[in-house]
Design a protein around this ligand. Sequence first.
Ligand code: AMP
Ligand code: GLY
Length: 437
Amino acid sequence: MKKMNVLVVGSGGREHALAWKIKKSRWCGKLFVAPGNAGTAEIAENVPIGVNEIPKLIEFAKKNRIGLTVVGPEEPLKNGIVDQFQKAKRRIFGPTAQAALLETSKSFAKDFMRKASIPTAEFKVFYNYELAIEYLKKLPEKPLVIKADGLAAGKGAFVCKTKAEAEQVINDLLLKKTLKEAGETIIIEEFLEGQEVSALALCDGCSFLLLPTSQDHKHLNDGDQGPMTGGMGAIAPVPWIHLGDLEDISDTIFKPALRVMADMGTPFQGCLYAGLMMTKDGPKVLEFNVRFGDPETEVILPLVNGTDFLELLARCADGRLGSLAELPYLLANPEESAACVVLASGGYPGPYDKGLPINLGRKPDGAWTPWGGEVFHAGTAIRDGQLVTNGGRVMVATMAQPVLMKAVSRAYTLAQCVRFPGMYFRNDIGRKALDHS
Ligand code: AMP
Ligand code: GLY
């Protein structure tokens, strides 16, 4: 391995955390983030190119001798950023558009899981309103889930307590087209009971390395109430997931997923994220994502120690995770736990103001608290020299500590170092995991 310049594509908390981790690598030369945010500007050079301006990103990578490009969000993956970089002979971490179908088309993912015998909820796919309603009428009266096929920014899954509710959702998606083309195909799915866990693995096309498990908190309010968001906080690792569970997750999900993707001629290279329901019958996949999770990345990366993270990414891109993948639990057994609290704009996930001034209570020596911690930026910008809000999820206060309970309480101390008008956060991040264990 040689020192290399690195380009991270994206502008959220996930990308700030990726850049922060990559910057610590001994192989990291110049670090760029496109387009980045006010936080990435402190540790890297922000490049004013949008995530979907693929030809411009390739040109930038060539001009600046970028040794590895790391893609954060799903949209450029769907748009073929990896295919186009590879065609231009530029090294890039992430799946091709075809492999990204695991996230970008839920019906593809469900058919794939059936083919690979990966445990998932029972389901049926529909394009036609009458057929969907006919099927619904035959189902027993119990909760079920309706999902839009396409990308819907986390708003495409509807948990319905009754068949009447489900009928309304089918009507909205297939007749009223409330999610436009993303909802032209729908999935009617069995409701699974259990706790949700995110399992992420670095994949090189045939081997994989499981990262510490994590748990997101997707609802806006405490007690998992209120609307769904992009994620309001996370913890890692999930304290009640043991080695046996990791083996199950590895054997029943990641191994067949990588094998069947390779057999289909679309090997998966990048970060494969399995959103799992841990049911009484074992782990079942709710969804695949083809990228790092946000805010999961913010709690996972502080725990990845003892291995050079940039080297892992570069090895994945080269298809040679090799001997590192023989230790699938190396990274899954950290001696620390981490928690993060998302600081959101008032009104999120609905409409909210931007451009509000942010005050950071950072100590003069640069430390946030006596115990360290990181405040990753998500929706932030600098306007006229002032740090301001620029998105729904504004900042992510992250703390790693030897025990989860301390990580949680100190993440909250850290969260309170930040102030901006209307700032909102959940007060119960980590409680579910602590109660369960
Ligand atoms: P998805 O977009 O598929 O991850 O779904 C979003 C959320 O809906 C998940 O995080 C779960 O909380 C919930 N969900 C999705 N599918 C199911 C299911 N089959 N059973 C229970 N809850 C589900
Ligand atoms: N935390 C959920 C996601 O990244 O999709």
